[in-house]
Design a protein around this ligand. Structure first.
Ligand SMILES: Nc1nc2c(ncn2[C@@H]2O[C@H](COP(=O)(O)OP(=O)(O)O)[C@@H](O)[C@H]2O)c(=O)[nH]1
Ligand SMILES: [Mg+2]
Length: 342
């Protein structure tokens, strides 16, 4: 696990990260896409808002895409806002949906035009080093919907893409809640196969040391979780061991979306993750893309063969007979029964 070096002074950390940022910027031509994910209220939108101000301060204005159709107001300006084209309350009325169903449907509708969003990013990529994505409050709306996969895949096949998993550290003080949160983060990494950074947010309210300690030392975490001696003890132990492996290369930063504390380290981590994407994830994505292309080619070749075979078999006659419903009023079987001998 990579954590902020506690021993370093803030000044050294800042100059280190600025150096890292500059170095990587020289090496990257593509903008880095940052998708913020996290439980409702973890601070995703607040983080985007503060990050925009921070990046403007560094003369690196980001391109911002809001994918949350239900947020009432964002206190930041977006380049692309789902709410400009889709009104989630109208979707609710039109399709008779509840709030969550409507958010999912709105995101699905948005995704049908996502190639246009990619086109817009493409046009502006010279001016922006970062493309920030805000996502719906409830994390599962994005992570367990087809649209979430389509968005991440579309971005990851073109640009270095990283997931920023935001944790409400105040609400994760309970070891069980912390573990559920981290298990969710783990499931996202498995699903999307993209580099992830964990941002322990709200460090202006709570010292995030306890969480870092839990991630660095599984014995300390086990001791904390076993304070509650229930039948879960055995499961806790198994999950703790699994998470221990997950934490090994997981970058973690302690931040505050309210004060902007820890943002230098956050940006440095984003760049490290983008480098990780280029070196380790992109080759795998390219391989999957090629496999898909081969599958598609095979499908097309098979379709072509099938069409040729059908043409040879004098298909029109057979189709005529199949189109007639049979006289036994058998609604499933069409045409003469003899032709369905099974
Ligand atoms: N004190 C403090 N409050 C925060 C921080 N980040 C977010 N919040 C508050 O947490 C609440 C939820 O934040 P929001 O950005 O809407 O969460 P989202 O649902 O993940 O987008 C809001 O009341 C924010 O003001 C932080 O770093 N420190
Ligand atoms: Mg939000």
């Amino acid at each position: 696990m990579e954590v902020d070096q506690e021993s370093k002074t803030t000044e050294t950390m800042q100059s280190d990260s600025t150096q890292n940022i500059n170095q990587t910027i020289l090496n990257t031509e593509q903008p880095i896409c940052v998708i913020t994910l996290g439980m409702a209220g973890s601070g995703k939108s607040s983080l985007i808002s503060k990050l925009i101000t921070y990046l403007y301060g560094k003369n690196m204005p980001p391109y911002v895409v809001n994918c949350d159709p239900a947020c009432l107001n964002t206190d930041y300006l977006c380049n692309v806002d789902i709410r400009d084209t889709i009104h989630y309350k109208n979707v609710m009325q039109k399709y008779g949906l509840g709030p969550n169903g409507s958010i999912i449907t709105s995101l699905n509708l948005f995704v049908t035009n996502f190639d246009q969003v990619i086109g817009l990013i493409d046009k502006r990529k010279e001016q922006h080093k970062y493309v920030l994505f805000d996502t719906p409050g409830q994390v599962e709306v994005f992570t367990w919907s087809a649209s979430g996969s389509i968005i991440t895949e579309a971005l990851a096949s073109k640009y270095p893409t990283v997931i920023l998993f935001v944790i409400d550290t105040v609400r994760s003080h309970n070891p069980t809640t912390f573990m559920s949160n981290m298990l969710y983060a783990c499931s996202i990494v498995y699903k999307y196969k993209l580099p992830m950074i964990v941002a322990l947010n709200k460090n202006d309210v709570i010292d995030t040391k306890f969480a870092i300690e839990w991630m660095q030392n599984s014995e300390i975490f086990e001791a904390a979780i076993n304070k509650d001696p229930t039948y879960m003890a055995c499961l806790n132990q198994a999950l703790t061991s699994a998470l221990d492996i997950f934490y090994q290369d997981l970058p973690v930063v302690s931040i505050s979306a309210k004060t902007g504390q820890g943002f230098d380290n956050l940006i440095a981590s984003i760049h490290t993750a983008a480098k990780d994407y280029e070196e380790n994830y992109r080759p795998e994505i390219e391989r999957r893309k090629q496999e898909e292309q081969v599958r598609q080619l095979n499908r097309e070749t098979n379709d072509l063969k099938l069409n040729e075979d059908n043409a040879e078999d004098n298909v029109p006659e057979r189709n005529d007979s199949l189109a007639k419903p049979n006289n036994d009023e058998d609604l499933i079987t069409f045409g003469p029964k003899k032709s369905f001998e099974f």
